[in-house]
Design a protein. Structure first.
Length: 278
């Protein structure tokens, strides 16, 4: 499918707006996961504003591409993007984690439109992507399935079982995205259980691996384009990112894995993001 070239400056401005909204919703809730939500912003924007075939007016459109958020704690970013795309009212974002909201702390399939799977228990998303791709093959349906995982998440053995399965069945409809933001809940990934070299590992499992700066929107959309051309094998995009991206006191600070900013911290963070757009 031929798409017009993306408006990169406009997408960068969207990324800044999305980051600000993520922080506002988590601060309002008083809980949530800012670090891993901020690191995945450009990866979502490259999908929802450019690559993904989707229609907010028809969220159950049978031929839509699917985005599966395996690292479910990053759902503030997904909710923000879905609302910006028109899947549900933006005003609802401020109900995040506030009962009886539809916007739970980890996404649920039958909550708001656009959420494709329930996730939160890490390591399961890629297996789901494989199952959908195999079912689509039987049904004669041609669509793409994107699955975003965290770098700490892929310490899970189920991920590598799924990687072998996807290669064995030649599931070229599956594109994994690794938000390699360098930190997990309790510290640096490389100190807790080193998973490097990432791209080489996935290639050894038979995948087509692409390694990029996950905050460079031009590289992100180029990687999605490259992945779409690959036939006969699954693809993985290893996106090198920064946990807490855009906020100096959150960046690469494991303390911000699952803590909401207080009012003064929110104000400081928003001012930093505002300054970055000037």
């Amino acid at each position: 499918m031929k798409r017009p070239p993306p408006d990169l400056p406009a997408l960068r401005a969207v990324a800044n707006e999305v980051r600000q909204t993520i922080l506002r919703t988590i601060a309002k809730a008083g809980s949530g996961h800012p670090g891993g939500s901020l690191s995945m912003v450009e990866l979502l924007i490259g999908l929802y504003w450019y690559k993904l075939r989707h229609d907010p007016r028809r969220p159950e459109w049978p031929d839509r591409d699917l985005f599966l958020l395996s690292k479910g704690h990053g759902c503030p970013a997904l909710y923000t993007v879905l609302a910006a795309q028109g899947y549900f009212p933006k005003e609802e974002l401020m109900t995040l984690r506030r009962y009886p909201t539809r916007l739970q702390g980890h996404p649920e399939r039958n909550s708001v439109p656009g959420v494709e799977i329930a996730s939160g228990s890490l390591g399961q998303g890629l297996s789901m992507a494989n199952g959908i791709a195999l079912a689509d093959r039987l049904d004669g349906r041609r669509r793409r399935i994107f699955c975003l995982m965290g770098d700490g998440e892929i310490q899970e053995g189920q991920v590598w079982e799924a990687a072998m399965t996807a290669h064995h069945h030649k599931l070229d409809a599956v594109c994994a995205i690794i938000d390699a933001n360098q930190l997990q809940q309790n510290g640096p990934v490389k100190e807790i259980q080193d998973i490097e070299p990432l791209a080489e590992k996935w290639r050894a499992f038979g995948w087509h691996a692409i390694e990029i700066d996950g905050h460079d929107i031009a590289r992100v959309v180029k990687a999605y384009d490259e992945a779409e051309t690959v036939k006969g094998t699954p693809q993985v995009i290893v996106a090198r990112t920064v946990k807490g991206k855009g906020v100096s006191f959150m960046e690469l600070n494991p303390a911000w894995h699952g803590v909401a900013p207080k009012p003064d911290e929110l104000d400081k963070a928003l001012k930093e993001l505002d300054a970055a757009t000037r």
